[in-house]
Design a protein around this ligand. Structure first.
Ligand code: 1CP
Length: 369
């Protein structure tokens, strides 16, 4: 296994013994395990529109321009850590950032999501992507590396999670041209021209994997691979067309010591197959109770999740009951990183998130349970 640089926060700030890393490597809170002081908690989409300080710094800056501005990216990534005292930062970026850096004409339209000017559907489209230079792409990652360095200099002992999108989810935007509910063009490509699909997915995996590795080498202490839309696939189609390409992404970081979290929405039936792509921690959405997820995975894999995001809008009593239930069910797993079942909704009251972090810390501190 390759080591991280001596200046990496893993060594310099001992993120390797933080609550996040303890849980991700299979430890429950315990006085005997360095760093395992409480169950860690962070939130998918913790940075972003729910925070007034985010709306303020983003004013007048396009989303993807913000993602390529290292100072702004670092500021936005640190905002929820300062405010909520979550146990990890998640790098502020987007799954389509590597696609933009590879030369694809993509923008993020407010209120819609990623929109691709010329959807990728033909052999010529895919050949053109394959003809782009990997060296140029590595050079284009410099603002990402710089943003990670600035972020981790502020976060010090709080680990940064690097991320990227999995090939199916990213390719769905490239092929559909934007957000989609049924992935009809993507699946049509997969089913009718499988060789072409595999070429596209392999290219997306290469660029996303390089983006992920760059974040780790520059300072991230864990990674998360988002296959948000894999739940649109049957298990058979997932293993035939998708799993190998998610594995190719993970391959870019398997020589490094960082935990590999894998998350999808509506993927209860895919959990075991997604782990087999190379994950060491499984993210679970709110539809599958964590004890059931743990049973499906044979009790060997740390879990992340899975408070229903709608609970952020419920009464404090209902929310506390739900949090306690998630903590109870998460006790079954060899390690539990508390999170929502999907991202923070836009209109969430940030105070509710701050209180939720404090509640999780209080209820799970060593000796508390
Ligand atoms: O202008 C804005 O503020 C746009 C909103 C926004 C934000 C804040 C988008 C557009 N992306 C992001 C940041 C982002 N995207 C993060 C930041 C870090 C954090 O979690 O705090 C992350 C991890 C992502 C990843 C992402 N982008 C995913 C996977 C996670 C998930 O939510 O399932 C997906 C599917 C995307 C695509 C995307 N980007 C933006 C939107 C609105 C969408 C979804 C569109 C759709 O419904 O298809």
């Amino acid at each position: 296994m390759s080591d991280l640089d001596v200046t990496h926060p893993w060594h310099q700030h001992h993120t390797s013994t933080s609550p996040l890393l303890a849980a991700a490597t299979g430890h429950r809170p315990s006085p005997d395990i360095p760093g395992a002081t409480h169950r860690p908690v962070w939130f998918m989409r913790q940075a972003g529109r729910s925070l007034p300080e985010y709306r303020e710094v983003r004013q007048g800056t396009d989303m993807l321009d913000a993602c390529l501005n290292p100072e702004l990216t670092a500021e936005i990534t640190c905002q929820p850590v300062r405010r909520h005292h979550v146990d990890a930062g998640i790098f502020f970026s987007d799954i389509v950032v590597p696609m933009k850096l590879a030369g694809i004409d993509v923008e993020i339209v407010p209120g819609t999501g990623p929109v691709v000017a010329h959807p990728i559907r033909t052999e010529a489209d895919i050949a053109a992507l394959e003809a782009t230079s990997a060296d140029d792409f590595e050079a284009a990652l410099d603002p990402i590396r710089e943003a990670v360095r600035l972020t981790t200099a502020e976060l010090t002992t709080t680990p940064l999670i690097g991320f990227c999108g999995a090939p199916f989810t990213v390719a769905s935007y490239l092929v559909e041209g934007g957000p989609s509910r049924e992935y009809l063009h993507t699946k049509a490509l997969m089913f009718s021209r499988p060789a072409l699909w595999h070429r596209l997915a392999a290219w997306v995996a290469d660029r996303s994997g390089r983006f992920l590795r760059a974040q780790v080498l520059a300072g991230a202490s864990a990674v998360q691979l988002f296959d948000s839309w894999a739940g649109g696939l049957s298990l058979e189609d997932y293993t035939t067309y998708v799993q190998q390409h998610s594995a190719e992404v993970f391959d870019h970081v398997t020589d490094l010591p960082v935990p590999r979290i894998h998350f999808g929405v509506n993927t209860a039936e895919l959990l075991v197959a997604m782990r087999a792509a190379g994950a060491t921690v499984m993210g679970v959405d709110h539809r599958l109770p964590l004890d059931e997820a743990n049973a499906r995975l044979g009790g060997t894999t740390p879990l992340q999740g899975n408070i229903d995001p709608a609970m952020l809008f419920a009464t404090p009593q209902a929310r506390e009951t739900a949090v306690r239930r998630v903590l109870d069910r998460g006790t079954a797993a060899p390690g539990h990183i508390v999170n929502l079942g999907h991202g923070v909704p836009q209109h969430t009251d940030p105070g509710v998130l701050t209180d939720l972090v404090a509640m999780v810390h209080d209820l799970t501190r060593v000796g508390a349970r």
